[in-house]
Write a protein that binds this ligand. Structure first.
Ligand SMILES: NC(=O)C1=CN([C@@H]2O[C@H](COP(=O)(O)OP(=O)(O)OC[C@H]3O[C@@H](n4cnc5c(N)ncnc54)[C@H](OP(=O)(O)O)[C@@H]3O)[C@@H](O)[C@H]2O)C=CC1
Ligand SMILES: O=C(O)CCC(=O)C(=O)O
Length: 459
């Protein structure tokens, strides 16, 4: 060990001690927010080498500032159902960090939503957005409203009430929400309509994921799923491999899952299973995408209906889709869906690569199990960045009153995903951890935010 190595090792120990103190403080200041703690822990564990090389980050307390959202907004959302009964939900917007641009990130409508989920998503979003190389900061929002089983008019009334409060906090140059779980094109339409009404402004760039008839962009709907598969394709390419002939399992059957399945099929793979929160369908001939789109995008049906149209397929209630053997796994439903047991099932089933379409779907123990088993792992904040990148392209088109073709937009998305992959790959090598995409993504995203924060002074 050289003197320089010894110095580095000591600096790393110092940095680790400092990070333990910072993490303990995050837990104390954000009690009970387990998902947020988990997301912070992962980033802190990764950035030790960057802190060692950049003592100026510690002097400016960059980590401490990054872990504290710039603004947290919580509000009441009263609305009336079709029978005239009044309901009260809670709305959130966490404006995490605007060092790189206006806050940018989706809205989630799901009964599990509380401040800790919104904070974890906002924190992830910050580094993800940095990785795109585009001028967007990090934010996230949502509500504990459950759109499942609600009529269109109920969803409309909820969205109108939600926006009647949210509108005063957002704007093209301030904070630009989009969709996430439970918020798709229908909800964005209602939210945009209400924003226009209460502000008396046609501000196209205030929301992304809009319909193509009123300022939406080609490929935004497909972007997260397609982007995840492009990222996986790049990972496969590094080892001279491709999707051709691969058996693939995708969890979920929402926006991200559907378009991941579409792109896998276009690249020669076969998706043999997908799921929703009731269970999974296994179709050895390959998931019938037209049927899935009709069930989920048009009729908002449950996944078990799939097997009434495809008799050879099976529906398995209440079990994990990860028990279906595959070579490639694309978790695209929700956070923490792969724990140690699911990871063991994937490894036993011959899986060699896991790429996250969802945000933080893999628990830390599962990430460790994959590393030990030699399963390659693409973290969501890099792999699913295609959605927010396409949102930034939508903002760009809105600002220039332009509208690009599908082919051009998809080509831009492919280039962006390829750049993100290269950045993660190169950064991991630069820091002596080749193949570690978690480290590569966290360090590169962190450095970009840290440099901008240093440049802005103490704010
Ligand atoms: N939409 C986007 O552009 C982006 C989304 N993401 C992430 O991708 C993931 C999926 O989002 P998206 O496809 O947009 O959402 P959707 O609402 O369109 O679909 C979500 C899917 O996941 C399933 N799901 C949700 N929660 C659970 C749960 N607790 N247990 C089991 N299944 C569940 C849903 O099943 P059910 O209908 O039964 O609830 C549904 O099939 C999320 O982690 C999101 O944060 C990341 C980047 C961008
Ligand atoms: O398109 C966006 O602004 C945000 C997408 C999103 O919520 C995410 O990347 O998790």
């Amino acid at each position: 060990m050289t003197a320089r190595d010894r110095l580095d090792a000591r600096d790393r120990l110092d940095a680790r001690d400092r990070l333990e103190t910072i993490f303990a403080d995050v837990v104390r200041r954000n009690p009970g927010e387990a998902e947020f703690h988990q997301a912070v822990r992962e980033v802190l564990d990764s950035v030790v080498p960057a802190l060692t090389r950049h003592p100026e980050y510690a002097d400016a307390k960059i980590i401490e500032r990054i872990c504290e959202p710039e603004r947290q907004i919580i509000f009441r959302v009263p609305w009336e159902d079709d029978r005239g009964e009044v309901h009260i939900n809670r709305g959130f917007r966490v404006e995490f960090n605007s060092a790189l641009g206006p806050y940018k990130g989706g809205l989630r409508f799901h009964p599990s939503v509380y401040l800790g989920i919104v904070k974890f998503l906002g924190f992830e979003q910050l580094f993800k957005n940095a990785l795109t190389g585009m001028p967007i900061g990090g934010g996230k929002g949502g509500s504990d409203f459950d759109p499942k089983g609600r009529s269109d008019r109920e969803v409309m009334r909820f969205c109108q009430s939600f926006m009647t409060e949210l509108y005063r906090h957002i704007g093209e140059y301030t904070d630009v929400p989009a969709g996430d779980i439970g918020v798709g094109g229908r909800e964005i339409g209602y939210l945009f309509g209400q924003y226009k009404r209460v502000t008396n402004r046609y501000e196209s760039g205030v929301l992304t994921g809009k319909g193509l008839t009123y300022g939406g962009a080609q490929v935004r709907r497909e972007a997260t799923g397609y982007g995840t598969v492009f990222f996986a394709e790049e990972m496969l390419r590094v080892t001279g491999d491709s999707f051709e002939g691969k058996r693939v399992v995708v969890s979920g059957s929402g926006n991200v899952a559907i378009y991941a399945i579409e792109k896998v099929r276009q690249l020669g793979g076969t998706v043999v299973a997908c799921s929703d929160s009731s269970g999974y369908v296994h179709d050895d001939k390959g998931i019938d995408l037209d049927l899935l789109k009709d069930l989920k995008e048009v009729r908002r049906a449950r996944i078990d209906e799939y097997v009434t149209h495809r008799r050879h397929a099976s529906f398995v209630a209440g079990r994990s889709v990860w028990e279906v053997p595959c070579e490639v796994a694309l978790p695209s439903a929700t956070q923490n869906e792969i724990g140690a047991a699911e990871a063991a099932a994937l490894i036993d089933g011959g899986c060699t690569i896991v790429v996250e379409g969802a945000n933080m779907p893999t628990r830390p123990d599962a990430v460790r199990a994959f590393a030990e088993a030699g399963v390659r792992f693409g973290p969501g904040k890099a792999a699913n960045a295609g959605g927010v990148a396409a949102s930034a392209l939508e903002m760009q088109q809105n600002a220039s009153r332009d509208s690009w073709t599908f082919a051009h937009s998809e080509q831009r998305l492919r280039e962006i995903m390829s750049d993100i992959h290269a950045r993660c790959h190169t950064t991991a090598e630069e820091y002596g951890m080749p193949g570690n995409y978690v480290a590569g993504a966290n360090i590169d995203g962190f450095r970009r935010v840290a440099e901008a924060m240093l440049a802005h002074g103490l704010i």
